[in-house]
Write a protein that binds this ligand. Sequence first.
Ligand code: NDP
Length: 279
Amino acid sequence: MTRFSGKVVLVTGSSNGIGRATAVLLAQEGAKVTITGRNAQRLEETRQEILKAGVPEDHVLAIATDLATEQGQDELIDSTIQKFGRLDILVNNAGAAFNDAEGRTGVDQDVSVYDKIMQINMRSVVTLTQKAKKYLVETKGEIINVSSIGAGPQAQPTFLYYAMSKAALDQFTRSAAIDLIQHGVRVNSVSPGAVLTGFGEAMGMPAGMHEKYAEFISSHKECIPCGAIGQPIDIANIIAFLADRKLSSYIIGQSIVADGGSTLVMGMQAHDMMSILKS
Ligand code: NDP
C-alpha cells in the first residue's frame, strides 16, 4: 500500500511542468490519475512518463481538452467519474500568462489580455470546483490550487493581470476552504516562485530565453537567495503533502510559499549597506 492507493486525482495542466510532475508523483504513490491539457502530444509524454514509472495503464486517463471551456470541464469530470467511479483530489494547476499583442505595458495592456488570463487562471478554477464539489463531498476530498508569489504583496506592473488573477485565486482558496470544510473537503494552495517549466514558451518566449532568465535570477541572490531556480518536483512534493490528509489535516485555506527565499528579500537589503555607508 502506497500513500495514495485507492485515491482518484484530477490534475489540470498536467501536459507539462508542475502539473506533469504532480501527476507522475501521485500516480507513482498509488493514485489513479486523470491528466489533461490541450496539447495531445505533450499529454502523451506525461502518460508515457507515468507508465515508465511502473504505474498500470488502467490507472491513467488522458483527456486532451480546453479547460477554459465549460464543455471541456464537464468532459474532465464526467470521464473521470465514468472511468474511476470517484474523485478524491482536485489539483487546480493549469495556468498561463499572456502578453499584449501590440506590446503595450503596465495599465495600458488591453483588457482582452485581462479577460483571457482571468478565464483560465481564475474562472475555470471556480467552475471546475463547482462541478467537482459533489464528488469531493462524497469522498471528503482535497483541493489544491496552484497560485504564485506574483499574487503579492509586492507590485507586479509587468504582469499585473496575471498577478491579479493569482491574488484573486488566493482569496478563493481561503473562502472556499471555509465554505467546504463544513462538508469535510479541505482546500489549500501552493505559491511557487520561479520554476523551470514550459511557462515561458507558452507565453511566446523564444527558445532559450526562459533558460537565460533562469540563469540570471539563480545567480543573483537578491532574486533567489538559495541560488537555484525551482524544479517542478519541488512544487509537486508540496502538492502531495497538502493532498495527504494524514500529514496536513490541520492546514485549512493556506498557501505554502516555495520560492527559494525570493519574497523575503527587499531591494534595499540586496546592497551591502555597511560598505556603502563607509565609502
Ligand atoms: P507550463 O506552461 O509548463 O504548464 C501549464 C499547463 O497548463 C500546461 O499543461 C498547459 O497545457 C495547461 N494549460 C494552459 N492553458 C490551458 C487551457 N486553456 N486548457 C487546458 N490546459 C491549459 O507552466 P507551469 O507548470 O509553470 O504552470 C503551472 C501553474 O504554476 C500555473 O498555474 C502557473 O501560473 C503556476 N506558477 C508557475 C510558476 C513558474 O515559474 N513556472 C511560478 C508560479 C506559479 P496545454 O498547453 O497542453 O494546454
